[in-house]
Design a protein around this ligand. Structure first.
Ligand code: ADP
Ligand code: GN1
Ligand code: MG
Length: 365
């Protein structure tokens, strides 16, 4: 990623309150660069989040901010508490992002006060809460006209295209790494037909396009520091038309695993059925009956698809020279790919149990 060179220049454009006191890098995302800005507002401390949008990933920052503004302003209409909705800060020029001299695009959000962010569930309740938050997100946006949103990353969860991109990276083999990943490639090739299953269900009318978040990792939910209840869904860059089941699935791939997504010791990586059931409960409670049975029954496919697709993306990046996801060690993306494929294999073993868990929530059992 192109490194931001002038965050302090950028921040001056935004209509934040108070005098800037402090400014530090923040968070652990793999795509954008985040900073925490602290200001003094007549003796009160105020906080803001300043982010450099990764424009090699999000090529149209205006489109992305339009999506975010459309969704946040809609959610705010019925919000019980402003802390429940991410609030973008406008610039002095009346825009929601600013491009600095080096071409880096910046935007600012109000910091959600008294919130914490966690990288993994520390209890079943945490995971349940994050499911509730993303389920409510589905529920609250169920009537939002999805055609108002544009794709901030075209074909983001088009798994057949992700598969094709992997095949291209194998063919090009720019780093000479294909020889190291024969087992992973065999595993993926053997599941080629699975790639189109959700798109096929969409064509068959069983899986409608909805507003989807598309990055439902637990660290994209803020929790209240005191009550530990989910307060706000953040990281809205990938909000666009998509499927409910992939929102569910991305959270499962990340949170129902017994180890982080980049754990090098695969013996520590397992798929936890209890966590799967917990998240299902939270998510479908949050959806409040807004999903029909046909969609509920595709939740396991969503979980397997997101895990499989993410593994494909990590492997593609590994073969392409680690240009997309931030890496901090040699083989980082390969380790990530391996954890995802292990989880896919375990989901296949637990398939009937996964189906039985979701069936309990169907109206027609
Ligand atoms: P990335 O795309 O890099 O994951 P995020 O938008 O998720 O970026 O932000 C990174 C981290 O910054 C989050 O995990 C969270 O800890 C923190 N964060 C982001 N927005 C806010 C906010 N409005 N209030 C409080 N913390 C925030
Ligand atoms: C990226 O930015 P972050 O870390 O929330 C990625 C997701 C992946 C995830 C894997 C825009 O999300 O799709 O699932 O890494 N976001 C984008 O950790 O590609
Ligand atoms: Mg994030």
């Amino acid at each position: 990623m192109k490194r931001p060179i002038a965050p302090l220049e950028a921040i001056k454009h935004f209509t934040y309150e108070g005098k800037l006191l402090d400014f530090t890098p923040y968070g652990s995302g793999l795509i954008n660069s985040t900073y925490l800005a602290v200001t003094d507002c007549d003796g009160h401390v105020k906080k803001y989040i300043l982010q450099a949008i990764n424009t090699s990933v999000f090529k149209d920052p205006q489109l992305l901010m339009n999506n975010i503004l459309a969704v946040t302003s809609y959610l705010l209409l019925d919000a019980k508490d402003p802390r429940n909705v991410l609030t973008p800060v406008v610039t002095k020029e009346g825009h929601y992002f600013v491009r600095d001299k080096s071409g880096v695009c910046w935007r600012m959000y109000v910091y959600v006060e008294d919130s914490i962010s966690i990288n993994a569930p520390e209890s079943k309740e945490d995971f349940y809460e994050s499911g509730l938050a993303f389920g409510r997100f589905q529920h609250d946006l169920a009537e939002f006209p999805v055609n108002k949103l544009k794709e901030s990353i075209p074909d983001f969860h088009n798994t057949p295209k992700r598969f094709e991109a992997l095949m291209k990276a194998v063919e090009e083999d720019v780093c000479g790494r294909v020889k190291e990943v024969k087992d992973e490639l065999d595993f993926i090739m053997a599941r080629k037909d699975f790639c189109s299953c959700l798109l096929d269900a969409n064509k068959a009318g069983e899986l409608p396009l909805r507003v989807s978040h598309n990055d439902t990792k637990i660290n994209n939910v803020l929790f209240d520091r005191d009550t530990r209840k989910a307060v706000c869904v953040i990281d809205l860059d990938t909000v666009m038309p998509g499927f409910s089941v992939t929102d569910f699935g991305d959270a499962i791939r990340f949170g129902a695993a017994t180890a982080p997504e980049d754990e090098p010791d695969l013996s520590k990586v397992n798929f936890d059925m209890e966590l799967f059931a917990t998240y299902t409960d939270g998510f479908l409670t949050g959806c409040g009956g807004s999903l029909p049975d046909s969609e509920i029954m595709l939740l396991p496919e969503g979980a397997k698809m997101m895990t499989f697709e993410c593994g494909i993306r990590f492997l593609t990046d590994y073969l392409s020279g680690d240009t997309y996801f931030k890496t901090t060690r040699k083989g980082h993306n390969l380790d990530r790919c391996r954890t995802q494929m292990k989880l896919v294999a375990e989901m296949e073993k637990h398939w009937d149990e996964m189906k039985a868990v979701v069936k309990k929530y169907c109206k027609n059992k």
